[in-house]
Design a protein around this ligand. Structure first.
Ligand SMILES: [Zn+2]
Length: 594
């Protein structure tokens, strides 16, 4: 059994335990699932080498959990889970993936309406049967309809974070074949779109048919949709379609440009060529029959009188104009990030300790990391109140005294309540180095009310960063209805920083919002929203790509600055740690009545 499957089983157990109202245990199992999923080595291997004792040594895994892991690894089954499943044979994973449906709802839906699958649920909702259940009503029926419809619209596309590793793996396999000179990923994967419909690969090779033959027999391939001498389309086990083309070296750049797209960028390029009495296609840039360019993308752009346009900008959103006038931005690079401002630890719903997170951040080459556990409003995470936060701050001070080479900032992810108030008092907030504020509830407020709520929270002089500003989860939950122009205008006025949350299913801000913020001169930060040490890589893996799609330069991203400069740039100029104690006085003078 792979770690993801073991984690899935623990998540199921957490859900079943929650249905039974067992206290504490569900959260412990959730956390264990997170720890298992993000563990570096396959647990089956850990067990083989070190037995049950080695399993128990994994942080977050208690003795009875280790027993269950042992059972799963040995038999492929967990008796407790089987028992639960026999009593309630529902598709837990798919049902609870629907926004607004938790384990308790699954239980009621099964017991009262025999709902086992998403299809059953949809039928029950359409028949108007759900509204009559206790705790459901017509409103939740409507919400479910919306969630089910949203689920359908996203069908067929996969998040970049799912697709990218698979495509890179295939590209690497092709690159190892004898006679292969070049391999490139093209299409929307190369443009780093947040979801991917299908993937495109280009290859330069001496013998095309041999490459095609090797491609269709890769272990990931489930079905061959088409196969010729120089091209092929396949469907992978996960459902992704991958198209391969073998192209001659002298056309490689032209083909790469053509198959990278976007379509509208290509149309604009071709029109530009026509104006210069040239012809651009996937084989090259031609005057009559003479090929002027084609070997590299760079020479094509240059012959068209353009600066090289990075793939992330190729959406016909003004990049061609900018490339002609020398106004293309110098996009941020992954290595520019120096800090991470949103991380959760085992103080709330994270899997790892503050120290483990800090050490991993240091290993990744970061200079500072803010610990931002949830606050009390988010009860299911065991969120902090003022006392717990103070205790955590003291521990962070101790950590800083002990650790070298990484600075740990005292932070929190503070809940914005329905009315825009924060659930931690101002005095405690003022003592923190970094205050992130975030919406985690009442997602369905009308636009004006939602906007007013967030604006009000941003006006709190202690609020430094608005975390995951639109609340969307890719393919899972639509953004809440909020006026982002008003949020950006408020950020500009109050100095509140906007976050680009790089957690792969969030990527919140969206590219268009990043661009608007950049245009308005509102700085952003790119954070991991890490709930385990594994997640700390997200900003460089996915966040920077998203920021680049939003035309962001390193200067637009505040956490490219060294720690002191970063803190000084926050609202009220939180200085180095010592300075933060003086903020209270400053804030008191500035606190508006809002
Ligand atoms: Zn959050």
């Amino acid at each position: 059994m792979r770690n993801v499957e073991l984690a899935r089983c623990f998540r199921d157990l957490a859900a079943y335990l929650e249905m039974e109202d067992v206290p504490f245990k569900p959260r412990a199992y959730e956390k264990a699932a997170l720890a298992i999923e993000s563990y570096d080595r396959p647990l089956a291997e850990v067990y083989r080498d070190g037995g049950a004792k080695a399993l128990r040594a994994i942080p977050g895994i208690g003795a009875s959990m280790a027993d269950k892991l042992e059972e799963l690894i040995k038999t492929g089954k967990c008796a407790l889970r089987e028992q639960y499943h026999a009593r309630m044979p529902v598709e837990l994973a798919t049902l609870t993936a629907i926004e607004g449906i938790g384990p308790k709802a699954v239980k009621v839906l099964y017991e009262k309406l025999a709902v086992r699958t998403v299809e059953d649920l949809e039928a029950a909702v359409r028949a108007g049967k759900v509204r009559s259940l206790p705790h459901f009503g017509e409103r939740s029926e409507q919400k479910m309809l919306k969630a089910l419809a949203f689920l359908r619209t996203t069908g067929g596309r996969q998040p970049l974070a799912v697709t990218l590793p698979i495509v890179e793996q295939i590209a690497a396999a092709l690159a190892r074949l004898p006679g292969v000179e070049r391999v490139a990923v093209a299409g929307s994967v190369r443009r780093r779109k947040e979801t991917i419909g299908d993937a495109d690969l280009l290859v330069v090779a001496r013998k095309g048919d041999a490459v095609v033959q090797a491609f269709v027999t890769l272990p990931q391939v489930e079905r061959v949709l088409g196969q010729g001498r120089t091209k092929s389309s396949v469907k992978l086990a996960g459902g992704l379609q991958v198209d391969l083309r073998v192209v001659p070296a002298e056309s490689f750049g032209a083909a790469l440009c053509y198959f990278t797209g976007s379509k509208s960028h290509n149309v604009a390029l071709r029109q530009l060529a026509i104006k210069q009495r040239l012809k651009l296609n996937e084989y090259g840039l031609f005057r009559g029959a003479r090929r002027l360019a084609g070997r590299t993308e760079e020479e094509i752009y240059a012959r068209l009188g353009l600066a090289y346009v990075p793939p992330e900008l190729r959406e016909d959103q003004g990049e061609i104009e900018a490339a002609r006038s020398g106004a293309l931005p110098q996009l941020i690079e992954p290595g520019a990030l120096r800090g991470d401002l949103q991380t959760q630890t085992d103080w709330t719903d994270g899997a790892d300790s503050m120290e483990a997170m800090a050490r991993e951040a240091k290993r990744l080459g970061l200079e500072y990391i803010a610990i931002t556990d949830h606050t009390q409003g988010l009860t299911m995470t065991g969120g902090s109140d003022e006392t717990k936060l103070r205790k955590q701050m003291a521990e962070i001070d101790g950590l800083n005294a002990r650790l070298g080479g990484i600075r740990v900032l005292r932070g929190a992810e503070v809940n914005i309540d329905k009315d825009g108030m924060l659930d931690i008092d101002d005095e405690t907030l003022a003592a923190l180095d970094v205050v992130g504020i975030a919406v985690h509830s009442h997602f369905d407020l009308p636009r004006a009310e939602m906007t007013r709520r967030i604006v009000r929270a941003m006006r709190n002089p202690n609020a430094d960063i608005l975390f995951h500003p639109t609340g969307r989860k890719i393919q899972k939950r639509e953004a809440y209805d909020v006026d982002m122009d008003a949020i950006i205008a408020t950020a500009r006025e109050t100095g509140t920083v906007l976050e680009l949350d790089a957690y792969p299913d969030r990527l919140d801000l969206k590219d268009e919002h990043v661009r608007k913020a950049v245009q308005a001169g509102v700085p952003i930060v790119i954070d991991s929203d890490a709930h385990s040490v594994k997640h700390l890589a997200f900003p460089r893996q996915y966040g920077v790509d998203q920021a680049r799609r939003g035309w962001a330069t390193a200067a637009d991203v505040l956490n490219t600055r060294p720690g002191d400069a970063f803190l000084a740039a926050l609202k009220g100029g939180r200085q180095a740690a010592a300075g933060s104690r003086n903020r209270r006085a400053r804030n008191r003078a500035r606190t508006p009545r809002s």
